[in-house]
Design a protein around this ligand. Structure first.
Ligand code: FAD
Length: 286
């Protein structure tokens, strides 16, 4: 078995689409961006290795962070280092900057991309709860044209996404919301170089009373998830001790995590509830 599949390096999207469409759903041509997930799969120890690969890194259309109308737009090749250095990200989605800062270490942050985190679809992907809580929209592209898929419709099952085999994540659109507050929390074995046991993003609008509450979590289910009952328990409430107790109780009841090598279901449930309790407490200043 070869661990060096053939690689093409197109300079534009049309050439990338053509390369991708030469594959099939059963034997796809696999895009590679930073390679921090895909290279790990090359040995075949984690499942079938890619038969051939299309390297996206020369495609300028997949780069850039900009305001586009009512959204902050990030090209799929945006790295974690790009996010950390971006004044636009710091101003409009500081929680994404916080998430980027917790991913791997400098080497991974320099190479790993936001598009790769999304398409890799690990339930532990650290940016994914932020994108869910921010109600991000993913712009996908193929020879058939472009389409938009909301983050909450993108991850369809364990490591399964809405992407067709010949489709790319082109860019990520995060709606701007001047009064949106968002918090990011990650719990792993260590403070750095650690896969999440629980990762959470909480977003709300309004001053005092919480509106449009979004609670999103990773590592507690087969996909990143929104916690709808917990959102309802927080909606229209002020961040008081009573609200925090109630929301934590609802979240603990709502989640159905699994036991695995990194953690037990019970630990994940307890930690998620405590993290949410602290987010509400910090917001309430008590
Ligand atoms: C040591 C180490 C530490 C890590 N730590 C963390 C961590 O703390 N948190 C975390 O979330 N992740 C972590 N990761 C995982 C990884 O770095 C991230 O998921 C990263 O964002 C992947 O991006 P990439 O560009 O390297 O993806 P690649 O490896 O290039 O690709 C990943 C998958 O996405 C597909 N893909 C890539 N780009 C596109 C696109 N534009 N359109 C369609 N499909 C695409 C590829 O075909 C592949 O299936 C770590 C990995 C390593 C090796």
């Amino acid at each position: 078995m070869s661990i060096e599949p053939p690689v093409t390096s197109p300079r534009d999207l049309d050439a990338a689409y053509a390369a991708l469409s030469s594959g099939t759903a059963e034997t796809p041509v696999r895009p590679i961006a930073g390679g921090t997930d895909l290279m790990v799969a090359l040995t075949g120890e984690l499942g079938p290795p890619p038969a051939s690969v299309v390297d996206l890194r020369a495609i300028d259309a997949l780069r850039g962070i900009a305001i586009d109308g009512d959204a902050l737009t990030l090209g799929a090749l945006t790295t974690y280092t790009d996010i950390r250095r971006s004044a636009l990200c710091r101003e409009h989605v500081p929680a994404l900057v916080e998430a980027a800062a917790t991913i791997g270490a400098a080497q991974i942050q320099n190479r790993g991309t936001l598009g790769g985190n999304i398409a890799n679809a690990s339930p532990a992907g650290d940016t994914l709860p932020v994108l869910l809580a921010a109600e991000a929209v993913f712009v996908l592209g193929s020879e058939r044209g472009e389409r938009e898929v909301r983050a909450d419709r993108f991850w369809m099952g364990y490591r399964a996404t809405a992407l067709a085999h010949d489709e790319l994540v082109l860019r990520i659109r995060i709606p701007l919301a001047a009064d949106r507050e968002m918090r990011f929390r990650k719990v792993g074995t260590r403070r750095a170089q650690s896969i999440s046991k629980v990762v959470m993003a909480v977003a709300w609008r309004g001053n005092g009373t919480w509106l449009n509450v979004r609670v999103a979590l990773g590592s507690v289910a087969a996909t990143p998830v929104r916690a709808a009952s917990t959102e309802a328990a927080l909606e229209g409430r002020s961040p008081t001790p009573e609200t925090a107790d109630k929301a934590a109780e609802v979240l603990a009841g709502e989640l159905a995590p699994i036991d695995d090598v990194r953690s037990t279901a019970e630990y994940r449930r307890l930690v998620a509830a405590r993290i949410l309790h602290r987010v509400v407490r910090d917001a309430g200043g008590w």
